[in-house]
Design a protein around this ligand. Structure first.
Ligand code: ZN
Length: 244
C-alpha cells in the first residue's frame, strides 16, 4: 500500500492541487495522511478543506487549524500570522469549523504516530534540533513519528545505542525504514521554509518499507495574486517566492 504524507497546506490551493496531481501521476495512494495546518496564511482555506475531504484521508490538528476556529488564541502568533488567522476565520463555513474542531491531536496508524508539532507538544513544539528530537522519542510508542509544523523536510534517527542523529531529506531521495526509530518531516505543501519554494511532500510505500520525498513546482504567482486581492500581509505573499 502507498500513503501520501502531507503537511502544512496553509490554504495554498495551487500548491495543494499540484501535489495531488503529482500523487495521481505516480499511480495514486490508498490514503492521504495529513499532519495539520490545512488553513492559515494562504488565500483558499475553504477550498483546501473541501478538496482534502474528497480524499480518503486522516488528519491531525495544527495550531493554525485550531486558532482559525478560536480553539486556541493567537497571542503567540506573530502579527502577520494573527492577521491572516482572523481573515481565515471569516472564510470558513459551519461545516469547515466543525471539521477542524473534531481533528485529533494524535493519530496512531500501524508503525506510525502522526502529530503536527511534536509528540510531546502536538500543537506548538518545533522539532528542529537533535536535542529536542531526542527527548521526544520518549513521548511516542510506535517505531516512527511523522511531524509537520516547521515546514522543513528532515529526519531524526534514534539508534539502538540511544544516540540521536539529524539528516536532511533531499528531494527525490528514498528513505529505507529499518531497525532504528525515526521522526520524519515531509516539508510543507503550501509554505516551504527550507529555501526551496516548491511544494514538498512524501509517499510511504508499506511493502517496500520506504518513504520518498518529492518537490513539486506550482504556480506561486497565482497564489500570491489571490493573497494580494484579499489584502493578506505582504510579507506572507513575498516569502512564497523564496521558500522561507
Ligand atoms: Zn504550519
Amino acid at each position: 500500500m502507498r500513503y501520501a504524507i502531507i503537511a502544512d497546506i496553509h490554504a495554498n490551493l495551487a500548491a495543494f492541487i499540484a501535489v495531488l496531481d503529482d500523487i495521481k501521476r505516480r499511480g495514486g495512494v490508498e490514503e492521504v495522511w495529513c499532519l495539520g495546518d490545512i488553513v492559515g496564511y494562504g488565500p483558499d482555506p475553504h477550498q483546501c478543506l473541501e478538496l482534502l475531504r474528497q480524499y480518503n484521508h486522516i488528519c491531525v490538528a495544527g495550531n493554525h487549524d485550531w486558532a482559525a476556529i478560536g480553539k486556541i488564541d493567537t497571542s503567540d502568533f506573530n502579527p502577520d500570522a494573527a492577521a491572516a488567522c482572523h481573515w481565515t476565520a471569516q472564510q470558513l463555513t459551519p461545516g469547515d469549523i466543525n471539521y477542524l474542531d473534531t481533528l485529533p491531536l494524535v493519530i496512531q496508524r500501524s508503525d506510525f504516530t502522526l502529530v503536527h508539532g511534536s509528540p510531546r507538544e502536538p500543537i506548538w513544539e518545533y522539532l528542529l534540533s537533535t536535542r529536542s528530537a531526542k527527548e521526544n522519542f520518549a513521548y511516542f510508542q510506535s517505531q516512527f513519528c511523522l511531524v509537520g509544523h516547521s515546514h522543513v523536510p528532515l529526519v531524526f534517527e534514534y539508534d539502538q545505542a540511544g544516540a540521536c542523529f539529524f539528516s536532511e531529506f533531499p528531494a527525490d531521495t528514498m528513505l529505507m525504514l529499518a531497525e532504528n526509530r525515526l521522526i520524519i518531516n515531509p516539508g510543507g505543501v503550501g509554505q516551504p521554509r527550507d529555501g526551496d519554494p516548491r511544494a514538498s511532500y512524501a509517499i510511504y510505500n508499506s511493502e517496500a518499507r520506504s518513504i520518498t520525498h518529492y518537490r513539486i513546482p506550482y504556480d506561486i504567482g497565482a497564489t500570491q495574486s489571490r493573497m494580494v486581492d484579499y489584502r493578506l500581509p505582504r510579507r506572507l505573499v513575498a516569502r512564497l517566492s523564496y521558500g522561507v
